[in-house]
Design a protein around this ligand. Structure first.
Ligand code: GLN
Length: 281
């Protein structure tokens, strides 16, 4: 079978299950199994595909048909300026989370060496992106998922940061290391009603542990806010990613715990997404 035929077959198959970008996804899958760039595929559509590659192609295509996200099928996702390995143990890095990077960098002058903690590091996309921009800083990244910690470690290695980031598989409740200048967290923050309304791509394939913030969505945000009071230095910053309807409640919790609010920022679609606050005393 030649590329052109298999691409057509692939697109038609994905369309049957209403997959959003059938052309792009089919091309990317073919590019993965042939080890050729997408451009190369499109310029050589008369190339023949080996039989064992056809079997492989069908296997990957079926995963996409079942709504598995491309980041898991391909095994990577680009975030900020880098490529991150991804698998089912970690949430796929989102463009919306890049606002957290942008805001954090504003509070980290290039020349200073600060001590950073990333709570619920997942793929490690946040902590790795920050340390790439601020090489004088050092960080600890924690996660309750052992598998996530393994993915994050691999990503740190991939970006030559294995000596700068200390990864620990622990719950923040049990964590006892103090004097951080800055704590960042994109905790699970989806409430049980919204969780049910998520797209199948997310609901069926991404780790629930990384998505569900308990009944009201605030379980982990609260936990991080309260524990960070202990872990931060005076005047240390707490930078949180939040759900777009969680701003007011989050500000309330932060004020109640004695934080000063520096700013609230919106994501690419204009939704409240990131809060920067300061532990005052
Ligand atoms: N910190 C990771 C990210 O931003 C994981 C977040 C999570 O698992 N809730 O992608």
């Amino acid at each position: 079978m030649i590329y052109n035929e298999i691409l057509k077959k692939g697109v038609n198959f994905l369309k049957k299950n209403k997959i959003e970008n059938p052309y792009l996804d089919t091309e990317l899958i073919l590019s993965k199994i042939t080890n050729k760039k997408r451009e190369e595929i499109l310029l050589n559509t008369n190339n023949k595909l080996k039989n064992k590659d056809i079997t492989k192609f069908n296997k990957y295509l079926f995963r996409r048909y079942e709504k598995e996200p491309m980041a898991y099928i391909l095994g990577y996702k680009y975030f900020w300026k880098h490529k991150f390995l991804t698998n089912k143990s970690v949430l796929i890095p989102r463009p919306d989370t890049e606002i957290v990077i942008e805001e954090t960098l504003k509070y980290l002058p290039k020349e200073n060496s600060k001590k950073i903690l990333d709570v619920g590091t997942g793929s490690g996309c946040i902590v790795v992106s920050i340390l790439k921009e601020r090489p004088k800083c050092n960080a600890t990244a924690i996660d309750i998922s052992k598998n996530a910690i393994n993915v994050a470690k691999t990503n740190a290695k991939l970006h030559q940061l294995e000596n700068k980031i200390n990864f620990i598989n622990i719950d923040i409740d049990k964590y006892k290391s103090y004097n951080y200048d800055l704590i960042i967290s994109n905790p699970p923050y989806i409430n049980c009603i919204d969780l049910n309304r998520l797209d199948d791509d997310i609901k069926l394939h991404e780790p629930m542990l990384a998505l569900s913030g308990g009944f009201d969505g605030f379980r982990d945000l609260k936990k991080v806010i309260i524990k960070s009071k202990k872990l931060l230095k005076i005047n240390g910053k707490l930078i949180l990613e939040i759900g777009h309807r969680q701003k007011n409640q989050c500000l309330k919790i932060l004020y109640a715990n004695g934080y000063y609010i520096n700013q609230v920022s919106k994501d690419l679609s204009g939704k409240d997404r990131c809060i920067v606050s300061t532990k005052l005393q």
